[in-house]
Write a protein that binds this ligand. Sequence first.
Ligand code: DX5
Ligand code: ZN
Length: 221
Amino acid sequence: MAIQITPSLLNADFANLAGEAARIPTADWLHMDVMDNHFVPNLTLGAPVIEALSKAAQQPIDAHLMIADPDRWAPAFAEAGAGSITFHVEAAAAPVRLAREIRAQGARASMALKPATPIEPYAELLPELDMVLVMTVEPGFGGQKFLDLCLPKIRRTRELIEASGGEVWLQVDGGVSVETIERCAEAGADTFVAGSAVFGADDPGAMVETLRDLATSACAH
Ligand code: DX5
Ligand code: ZN
């Protein structure tokens, strides 16, 4: 299982996103949090910012859509150059059609679950997906406390992924730090979003590698 670190730029300097991306050269992806003030009580950025950053940064973009009606809006993010697009299943009207549309545009299709949303009703969707995102905080803001109650769901999601062939990445997002990343890796996550842990560090690039090392050794157990 390859470990990937996908720092969130939510708490980075929005006036200098390309410069912030350059501080984390070994990050596997740039996680960009798109919020619409409907699905979550916060408003961030849209496809034009993703398009500009995808041209200016060397890492591919992992767009996390915390928006209502992703069925309508997700394709625009593929056109804007995002390499991976995550929609929330709570907001999607037709998740299978949406995942197929994202893939047809050449991006990776990913489905996110809020903390209270179970994975089991969506197990049959796994072959349609490239990644599942298990949220470990309520979506909307960076810097929240990691919810340990999500760990059993990470474990169950990993089991379902293995049963379906094992190709789907399992991402965690929210409160991931040096204190919590090992728990997530032991439970079966392989892709780690970290916002405040990375951009609150003195050396964000070094923090990416510290998180990667912790996850890699926790996985080996
Ligand atoms: C929260 C976002 C996260 C956020 C994570 O809703 O989806 O990506 O930036 O920030 P931390 O790592 O600080 O919890
Ligand atoms: Zn996110």
